[in-house]
Design a protein around this ligand. Structure first.
Ligand code: GAL
Length: 837
C-alpha cells in the first residue's frame, strides 16, 4: 500500500515539475495566496518512545485535529475538563515541487494555527518553533527551497504535556496553511493598516499605512498605488514613487477621502477593499488586498456602545473555538452555520474566548455583521493549569500580542481587544503593571479600539452575604484600577454592575462574560420555579445533581458565580451604560462539564448544544433580541399520567398566551413587570397541548405539542440540500425519531446507522449528549432526546449524495444532497424550520 502510494506521489511530483516548465505561464499568473492543505502525510509518534517516528504515515488533507479522532478516556492527561480526548506528539510531512514561474520570487508559508509547540522544518532545516497553539505565524521558505526538485516540509506538533488549555484545544495543524508567493518587492504579510479617522455620511477619511519590503539584491524604484474599492468600483486612488534599498522596509502612507460612504453596520455590513499595487519599471510586481469597513463607534460611560451615531446593545456570546464533532479542525461552513444559528437568536456579538480565533471567523463576522471582542490570553505569568502558556509567557507574549494585533486590526467586526480573561494577577500590582505594558503594545499598533479584559468585579458578596465570585479576595481589582483599560469588562456578578458607575464614572462598561446557566437539551426537572446553583461552591466537589448527569433545561440552573439567562439579561437590558453582554456560552464546547465530572466530557453552558440544536433558552433570547413573532412552548408532552408538569412559554409581539389541553382552556397568562416567560402547572394527560398567543384579542401565533407514540420512523432534514463540490463544503443533517404521525419522540434513544453514496462522506456524528463516549467519527449514533446529527462533506466532485439512516424496527429515512459547482448557486443556508419557534 505504502509502495503504491509513493509511486503515485512521484508521478504527482513529476507532473508538478512538468507543468512548472510550461512556458505559457507568466509570473503574474501565480496566485499570491494559495491554500497549502492538500496531500499531507501524518503520523502519531510512538506512545512510549515519544520522539520516535515509526513510519506509519497516512495521507490526509488539512486542517486536521487528531484528538477528535480518539477515544474518550478519563485517563487522558487533558482530563474531562479538556474533553477527555488524547493528546500526544504528531508529525506532518508534505513533499512538493516548486513551479519554475516561482523562480526569483519570495515564498512564505503561513500557518493560521498549530496546536501546539510546533517545529517546522524545510528540507531538514529548522525554520522555527512556536509554542502558542492559537497564534498565526509564518516563515520565509525562499532561502531553503530546492528550486526544480523535491522539497519536504515536516512539522512536529507536541501536545503531550496536558492540561495546557481551558478547555478542549484539539491537536495538530487544525487551521489552514497557506503559501504566499510574491515578488521580492512586496507588501509585507499583515503589513497594512487601514483606519477611518473621520466618518460622516457625506464624506469619510481613510488613512492607510502599508509596509513595503524590498528583498532584491539592489535598490528598487517603484510606483506604489493605493486604491479604495467598493463592490469592485474604484472610489479613490493615490500613488507615490519611492526608492527602497535592498532589505529596506518602508512605510507608505496615503489619505483617501470617500464621498457618501456605505457604512459598515450590524444590519448592513458593507466591506471596502484597500488595493495596493507596486509597479517596477511600469510592470506590476505585487498586488495585495485588505478588506476593511467604514464605521464610527465609541463606548460611552453613560450611553454604552454607539455605532455610527446609534446606540446598539451588544447581545453577544462567548464561544470556545471547537466545532463539536469536528473538533478544532477549522471548516468555514461549520463556523458560518454556528453564526447563522446565533444570528437567528438575535446575537450580534462574539467574544473569542479565550484565544485568537481562526481568521475565517473574523472574515465571517465582517461579512455577517457581528461585533467581536478579540481576546488573546487566558493567563499571563501565573498559570491556570500545569502546562499552560504561562510557561512561555516571558519569551513569547510580546511577539504573540504584536502578531495578533497586526493580523486582526483591519477587520471591521473587531471593536475591542481583550488582553486577558480572569487573569490571576488581576488582584495585585503585578496585574496592573502587566496590564499597562500590554495595553501600551496594543496601542502602538492600533489606537482605534479600546483595550479591555474579562475581570472579576471587586465586590464579592451579595446582599445575603453569599460569595459571588470563585476567584480572588474581596478587594479592589488592581487591573481595573490600573489605567491600562479603556473599557472595564467584568465577568459575572451581575448584581454588582450598577456599582461600576460609582467606582469608575468616566470609564465605559461591558459585561465581558455572563450567565453560565446550565442545561441539557430535552431534559426537564419538575418543578421549574426554583433556581438551583450547581455546584454549590466552585471549590467543592459536587456530589448531588441527577444520577444520569442531566441538567434541567428550564432556565432554572446556573453555576453559583453566574445566573440564569433571565437574571442577567433583566439587568443588562435596563441600564444604558451597560454596553452589552457576552453569555457564557453560545455553543456547548468540549471540556468543562460543570457541574459534573467524568463521565461527562463536554459543557452544559451553551444556549445551543454541541450538535447545534438550540436549547429552550435560545427562544427566550429570540423573543427579546429579534423582531420576529415568537411563541415557544415547552417541554414535550410525554409524561406519566397525573404527573404535574410545568409548561413555559416564551413569546413576543403579543399581550397574552392561552393554553389548551385536549381542547380545554387552562387559562391565559401574560408577562408582568420584567417577566420573560409565562408558566402553567398542569397534571399530565395524554393528548394535545395547544398554545395561542394574541395581541388586542387577535390571534398572533399557535403552537401544538402532541403526546408522541412509539418510535416509528426516521426523518432527515438538511440545513442545505445543495452544497459546493469543493471538497470542503458541508451539509448538516438533523436526524429525528418520530412516531407514525410524524411527532418527535422526545425520549427516543434509538441507535441510528448511516450509509452514504455518491460524491460525499460522513465526517462527524453527534447528538449533543455531554456524557456520550461514542466516537464523533463513527457512522452511527444514538438519538438523544429524539435527535442526532450527521455531517456530510462534499468529496470534491459533482453529483448527488444520498444519505440513508436506519435503525431496528424503524422505517429508514433518506435524503439527497446535491454537490455542485458555484454556477449552480447553492441554496443559501435555509434556517431549519425548528429554529423558528
Ligand atoms: C469563567 C471562565 C470561563 C469558564 C466559565 C464557566 O469564570 O472565564 O473560562 O470557565 O467561568 O462558568
Amino acid at each position: 500500500m505504502n509502495k503504491i502510494y509513493s509511486i503515485y506521489k512521484s508521478i504527482f511530483i513529476l507532473a508538478l515539475l512538468v507543468t512548472s516548465c510550461n512556458p505559457d505561464r507568466v509570473s503574474q499568473d501565480v496566485k499570491r495566496k494559495q491554500l497549502f492543505t492538500g496531500n499531507w502525510d501524518f503520523q502519531l509518534s510512538d506512545p512510549v518512545e515519544k520522539d520516535t517516528l515509526v513510519n506509519n504515515w497516512r495521507s490526509l488533507d488539512l486542517p486536521h485535529d487528531w484528538s477528535i479522532e480518539g477515544d474518550f478516556d478519563e485517563k487522558h492527561p487533558a482530563t474531562f475538563g479538556g474533553g477527555a480526548l488524547p493528546g500526544g506528539i504528531g508529525y506532518y510531512k508534505k513533499t512538493f515541487g516548486i513551479p519554475s514561474e516561482y523562480t526569483g520570487k519570495q515564498v512564505y508559508i503561513q500557518f493560521d494555527g498549530v496546536y501546539m509547540n510546533s517545529e517546522v522544518y524545510l528540507n531538514g532545516k529548522l525554520l522555527g518553533k512556536r509554542p502558542n497553539g492559537y497564534i498565526s505565524f509564518e516563515y520565509d521558505l525562499t532561502p531553503y527551497l530546492n528550486w526544480g526538485s523535491e522539497n519536504t516540509l515536516m512539522v512536529k506538533v507536541d501536545n503531550s504535556r496536558q492540561p495546557n488549555s481551558r478547555w478542549y484545544s484539539g491537536s495538530g495543524i487544525y487551521r489552514n496553511v497557506w503559501l504566499i508567493i510574491t515578488d521580492k518587492i512586496h507588501v509585507k504579510n499583515h503589513g497594512t493598516y487601514v483606519t477611518t479617522p473621520s466618518v460622516d455620511k457625506t464624506r469619510s477619511d481613510v488613512h492607510v499605512e502599508v509596509e513595503v519590503v524590498n528583498n532584491h539584491p539592489g535598490d528598487r524604484k517603484g510606483v506604489i498605488k493605493t486604491s479604495v474599492l467598493f463592490r469592485g468600483r474604484k472610489m479613490s486612488e493615490k500613488e507615490q514613487t519611492v526608492t527602497l534599498k535592498t532589505r529596506e522596509t518602508k512605510l507608505i502612507i496615503d489619505d483617501h477621502h470617500i464621498k457618501n460612504p456605505e457604512l459598515w453596520s450590524v444590519e448592513i455590513p458593507n466591506i471596502y477593499t484597500l488595493k495596493t499595487d507596486i509597479y517596477i519599471s511600469g510592470k506590476l510586481a505585487d498586488s495585495h488586498e485588505t478588506p476593511f469597513g467604514i464605521r464610527s463607534f465609541t463606548f460611552d460611560p453613560d450611553k454604552g456602545f454607539i455605532l455610527n451615531g446609534k446606540q446598539v446593545k451588544i447581545k453577544g456570546v462567548c464561544n470556545h473555538h471547537d466545532l463539536g464533532a469536528l473538533g478544532a479542525a477549522i471548516n468555514t461552513r461549520a463556523l458560518e452555520r454556528q453564526l447563522e444559528i446565533l444570528k437567528g437568536m438575535g446575537v450580534n456579538g462574539i467574544r473569542t474566548s479565550h484565544n485568537p480565533p481562526a481568521p475565517e471567523l473574523l472574515e465571517l463576522c465582517d461579512k455577517m455583521g457581528f461585533i467581536v471582542m478579540d481576546e488573546i490570553f487566558d493567563m499571563w505569568e501565573k498559570s491556570k493549569s500545569e502546562y499552560d502558556y504561562s510557561l512561555y509567557w516571558e519569551e513569547w507574549h510580546e511577539r504573540d500580542l504584536k502578531d495578533f494585533i497586526k493580523r486582526d486590526r483591519n477587520h471591521p467586526s473587531v471593536f475591542m481587544w481583550s488582553i486577558g480573561n480572569e487573569i490571576p494577577e488581576q488582584w495585585g500590582q503585578r496585574g496592573a503593571e502587566i496590564g499597562r505594558k500590554l495595553s501600551k503594545i496594543v496601542k502602538s499598533l492600533d489606537s482605534t479600539r479600546p483595550v479591555t479584559a474579562g475581570m472579576n468585579p471587586p465586590i464579592h458578596t451579595n446582599k445575603d452575604n453569599v460569595t459571588l465570585q470563585f476567584a480572588g479576595p474581596a478587594k479592589p481589582n488592581a487591573l481595573a484600577g490600573s489605567g491600562a483599560l479603556d473599557l472595564i469588562g467584568y465577568n459575572y456578578a451581575h448584581q454588582t454592575y450598577t456599582q461600576h458607575q460609582v467606582n469608575f464614572p468616566d470609564i465605559p462598561f461591558i459585561a465581558t462574560e455572563t450567565t453560565s446557566a446550565l442545561a441539557t437539551r430535552g431534559y426537564y426537572d419538575q418543578r421549574s420555579d426554583s433556581v438551583k446553583r450547581w455546584p454549590y461552591r466552585w471549590d467543592q466537589l459536587f456530589l448531588e445533581g441527577n444520577p444520569d448527569n442531566t441538567v434541567s433545561a428550564y432556565d432554572q440552573v446556573s453555576a453559583p458565580w453566574g445566573s440564569t439567562h433571565e437574571e442577567t439579561w433583566k439587568v443588562i437590558k435596563k441600564h444604558d451604560f451597560m454596553s452589552g453582554m457576552f453569555i457564557w456560552t453560545g455553543f456547548d464546547y468540549l471540556g468543562e462539564p460543570t457541574p459534573y465530572v467524568w463521565p461527562s466530557r463536554s459543557s452544559y453552558f451553551g444556549v445551543i448544544d454541541l450538535a447545534g440544536f438550540p436549547k429552550d433558552a435560545y427562544y427566550m433570547y429570540k423573543s427579546e433580541w429579534t423582531d420576529e413573532t415568537i411563541l415557544h412552548v415547552f417541554p414535550h408532552w410525554n409524561w406519566e399520567p397525573g404527573r404535574e408538569v410545568d409548561i413555559w412559554a416564551y413569546y413576543s409581539k403579543a399581550d397574552e398566551v392561552e393554553l389548551y389541553l385536549n381542547g380545554e382552556s387552562l387559562g391565559k397568562r401574560s408577562k408582568k413587570d420584567d417577566d420573560l416567560h409565562v408558566m402553567w402547572r398542569v397534571p399530565f394527560a395524554p393528548g394535545t397541548l395547544k398554545a395561542v398567543s394574541r395581541k388586542d384579542g387577535r390571534e398572533v401565533a399557535v403552537r401544538e405539542i402532541k403526546t408522541a407514540g412509539e418510535p416509528a420512523r426516521i426523518e432527515l432534514e438538511a440545513d442545505r440540500n445543495s452544497i459546493l463540490a469543493d471538497g470542503r463544503d458541508l451539509s448538516f443533517i438533523t436526524v429525528s425519531v418520530v412516531d407514525k404521525d410524524g411527532n418527535l419522540v422526545p425520549t427516543a434513544t434509538n441507535r441510528i446507522g448511516f450509509e452514504i453514496s455518491g460524491p460525499g462522506k460522513i465526517i462527524g456524528v453527534d447528538n449533543g449528549d455531554p456524557t456520550s463516549h461514542e466516537s464523533f467519527k463513527s457512522i452511527n449514533r444514538k438519538a438523544f432526546y429524539g435527535k442526532c446529527l450527521v455531517i456530510v462533506q462534499s468529496s470534491g466532485t459533482e453529483g448527488e449524495i444520498q444519505i440513508t439512516a436506519q435503525s431496528n424496527n424503524l422505517r429508514p429515512g433518506t435524503l439527497r444532497v446535491r454537490s455542485g459547482s458555484l454556477s449552480e448557486s447553492p441554496e443559501q443556508a435555509k434556517t431549519q424550520t425548528s429554529l423558528n419557534h
